[in-house]
Design a binder for this molecule. Sequence first.
Ligand SMILES: Nc1ncnc2c1ncn2[C@@H]1O[C@H](COP(=O)(O)OP(=O)(O)OP(=O)(O)O)[C@@H](O)[C@H]1O
Ligand SMILES: [Mg+2]
Length: 223
Amino acid sequence: MIEAKNLHKTYNHDLKELQVLKGINLNIKNNEIVCIAGPSGAGKSTLLHLLGGLDYPTSGSVLFDGDDIYKMPFNSLAALRNKDIGFVFQFYHLFSEFNALENVLLPAVVSARFKRKDAENRARQLLSMVGLAKRLTHRPSELSGGEQQRVAIARALINNPRALLCDEPTGNLDSKTGTQILDILFSLNKEKSVTQVLVTHNEEIAKFCTRTIYLKDGQISKN
Ligand SMILES: Nc1ncnc2c1ncn2[C@@H]1O[C@H](COP(=O)(O)OP(=O)(O)OP(=O)(O)O)[C@@H](O)[C@H]1O
Ligand SMILES: [Mg+2]
């Protein structure tokens, strides 16, 4: 479903080149749940962003259902990101001026996939599923870090994505809440066949995944 071919990413910083990804080849099949692990700075978030169509590679390609996403017209890529891929950022990236309910609703408003009332009901259901039924009108600054993380997860699910990419989805959660969130993610995989890529340091998560990919120095060290 998602394939990376000889993916390179180099950042230019202070007139120096920083080679972060050095030729990643990866094939994530439909309905897999793949864990990406590796030390801080190894390039995990960079790789996840590229798999999710959020950044351009320096060279190489990413295929989604066989289509080279970085060769698509911008509008097609934006539509793919909106409808087919749910993304949970490491640092959430919620809109500070919107409350929890509005943040979750936003991708549905963009896609116009549901009627407004249905979208709002769905957003409420998702927020209640992640334990935030009583925080609908809180803005991100009025939510704890773990609550913001859960809003971000609900937002990623609003458009029923086929693939869900999560960057440390339980990084800010206590173990009980973390386990609840993981149960939600794993049941989405089992019951709705949502393909998932999870960046994590948590060995518990890795145990439930189809496989773990270790990134080290911008390369896959074990596949
Ligand atoms: N926009 C950027 N410009 C320059 N360097 C960057 C940029 N983004 C990331 N980097 C560098 O690229 C490397 C990989 O970053 P990345 O965020 O992918 O790491 P990571 O594996 O997700 O780490 P962590 O586990 O700490 O989240 C880091 O050394 C970082 O400093
Ligand atoms: Mg990261």
